[in-house]
Design a protein around this ligand. Sequence first.
Ligand SMILES: [Zn+2]
Length: 465
Amino acid sequence: MDIIEIFKQYAQRYSQLFPREHLYTAIGLAVALVVLLLIPGDDKGAAVPNQSISVPVELSTVEDELEEATTAFELSDFVVMEEESEPAPEFVDEIIWRNIEVQSGDSISTIFQKVGLSDQDMFQLLNSSDEAKILDRIYPGYQLDFKIPEQGELEQLRILKNPLEGVLFTRSDNGYTAETILKEAQLRQSFKVGTIADSLFMAGQQEQIPAVHIMEMANIFGGVIDFILDPRQGDQFSILYEEKYLDGEFIGTGEILATQYVNQGTTYTAVRYIDEEGEIGYYSPEGESMRKAFLRNPLDVFRISSNFNPRRRHPILNTIRAHKGTDYAAPTGTPVRATSDGRVTWAARNGSFGNLIVLKHSGEFETKYAHLSRYAVKKGERVRQGQVIGYVGATGGATGPHLHYEFLMGGTHQNPRTVHNKLPKAKAIDSAEMDRFRSETASLLEQFSNLNNSLYLTINQPSAD
Ligand SMILES: [Zn+2]
């Protein structure tokens, strides 16, 4: 998948202008386990129609058992929650409603012309209320529904910025009254599992996991896993996340509720928790924040993933000479991120380092970023964790474009790959808040654990019968 596509998805998420995608096509891919709307079966569940879902399971790593593995298994432990179907929207009578989706290049004036209304009609509506200012700034994707019972006579206009938000104008004696439309999406849960064959990226794509969630998962674990160097073939991950529906139709992805990544046998689990101050964060089941003082790597895995294959490391870069740092091969121009909050103490040429940035962090930590093609910060500037400070290049003694990253503690070089174990423990939930954390996350964690167990079990023991 290319980067443009990812950012499109990212943008879509935040603008909420979603295409009408059908997520059900996701079911049935190789190694894909797509289970919609799962809630753990319990006593209450008996009241709900107990539908089971058939999920085809296929294993690319197991050969002989493959046949058996592809037989569907029943997730009868889980219940599909029936959404109440809402009455059909009343904006579709073809005779009197004209439904227009704003395209790029459209103006409100051309749209009014298209539905047979005059500029005068338009100005009358525009001047009718403050809410009508929405017409001055319409964007592609907006939905405009005109009720025109008789030629040239506008009775109602509904403008939707997205499926959930808009304004309804209704003709009154002296102009138009405006009514804000604010709908609430129904949230459903989706659970997906992936196995790394080539890259995190391709695994996500194969399971049809929205790229935005793969990126978020990588961000959530950004302090504990180096998603450029750590992933190995066979690593597994799972994500439980929300999806938004309106009138039974998928309108967009929601938040990650819990996620797990099993990296070379080590399991990392993160659960969403909204703390007493209302701050959303991700924590280990024991209440330790996933947000660490340092990111595990200074590059955004998704900016280099098209070239990234964990089985094809870059041996030349790693073995040229003894290293005081880590080399990340990446195309020239790949953004380089500050791994922690700090201050720029050097941003200039420095011998074989080429263009070098040095950051001083709190405590006695320093990080260095070498061979850059360009700088994005100046000496003396304060930077935040994750902020782009420069771009990958091949300046100085580099034989090819890569980032040379060093980590110093008290002036001494540390292996950035292992130094994280020496860092102070991450901020944890306050002991006074621990009860609240436990009660808020207990059922989610239990549900997540059940889902993981049943699906991993199925993957790992395909011929159990
Ligand atoms: Zn190097």
